[in-house]
Design a protein around this ligand. Sequence first.
Ligand SMILES: CC(=O)CC(=O)SCCNC(=O)CCNC(=O)[C@H](O)C(C)(C)COP(=O)(O)OP(=O)(O)OC[C@H]1O[C@@H](n2cnc3c(N)ncnc32)[C@H](O)[C@@H]1OP(=O)(O)O
Length: 426
Amino acid sequence: MQTVRRVAVIAGNRIPFARADGPYATASNQDMLTAALDGLAARTGLAGERVGEVAAGAVLKHSRDFNLARESVLGSVLDPATPAYDLQQACGTGLQAVFAVAAKIALGVIDSGIAGGADTTSDVPLGVNDELRRTLLAARRARTPGGRAKALAAVRPRHLVPEIPRNAEPRTGLSMGEHAALTAERWRIGRREQDELAAASHQRLAAAYEEGFFDPLVTPYRGLTRDQNLRPDSTADALARLRPVYGGPDGTMTAGNSTPLSDGAAVVLLGSEEWAAARGLEPLAYLTAYETAAVDYVSGEEGLLMAPAYAVPRMLARAGLGLGDFDFYEIHEAFASQVLATLAAWEDKAYCADRLGLDAPLGTIDRGRLNVAGSSLATGHPFAATGARIVATLAQLLASRGRPGRGLISVCAAGGQGVTAILTHP
Ligand SMILES: CC(=O)CC(=O)SCCNC(=O)CCNC(=O)[C@H](O)C(C)(C)COP(=O)(O)OP(=O)(O)OC[C@H]1O[C@@H](n2cnc3c(N)ncnc32)[C@H](O)[C@@H]1OP(=O)(O)O
């Protein structure tokens, strides 16, 4: 296992992202992931073909989805002999799946693979509460009908209250948005700059759709041809009128500068150069570096969504690059304030010295190169699908310029984690 080969991003495909309880309300994770795989197979001539493996995941999973990736392969047009497995790293899932497949391709273990994810916030897995679950398990263990009836007689009306997944950190009880509001306050991120970033995301996504940029990346699904959350007419002035949803009455975070609850799926095709060439497929870009980091947000020492601030400088040091050495920056917009806090941290001398161990600030990025085809605030954010959406978007951006270039990806994830990568177009 010493072979190290360049790993090509060959193609990407996703279904348009929908808002929760919208047109995908009756679609399961498996339905959406299968649709994304089928669209990719149609684009790349892989129907009936076997790829090395499929790695994918979902953050919100029903118990029936224990083998989501494999079941989605079996439901798709891919050769049923394609192995598949699930993985999960919160919002980093889709990107982490890319790393998993890429590492095997680099090592020569497989020649090709598909990575991605799906999530639904409409069809969420409602759980039975702990008391009812224990009662039902006791009834199942009972050896006689009488024993079962006795166990079930313990059911009380309060047991019927379901467990609904919360968009919150189990160790702090705070939602992602409440955590992000604390970070926004710590970095004094203003309302106007958040609204400007959100408006730019919508305007850029709209322009990219108009130019046909997403034609090779998005396959219509259940009546949607574009991301449902997209509001091309979004302006900072219109967004300024929305009331705060996190951080109390004086908070700066709103429904417009936070990601909406979303449904969707996205996948990317990876392969060795030889595999791509043998199939007549032209690589869009190459995955040339990646990194993960985690921070202690539980003690309050660091913000929940600040781990990318740590992962990026580590990745740059290994790659021998500076923050300014990129043509594109794809920073997942979980919240506008979180993107802006990350950028502020990289510009802050004391933070870079004390937290990141750097001699000088990491640097400032050219905002004209940030999320140029829109990002999560406009597309929506089906958690596990976002990584593959970003990889496909960046690879397409690099390829469509037709000259050498480099792009940086940064994704924050629940649990205080950060997942980052570099794509290069030779
Ligand atoms: C998970 C990980 O690992 C890492 C991460 O990424 S963390 C990030 C995860 N994301 C989140 O936690 C946020 C999830 N989002 C939510 O829970 C909800 O969307 C929210 C609480 C932020 C807002 O919910 P909501 O109030 O029901 O939103 P919604 O009804 O859609 O919008 C409220 C208003 O804003 C308006 N609005 C929204 N976007 C707008 C825009 N771009 N322009 C103008 N108006 C807009 C809506 O039209 C609506 O107006 P009305 O009240 O007049 O109808």
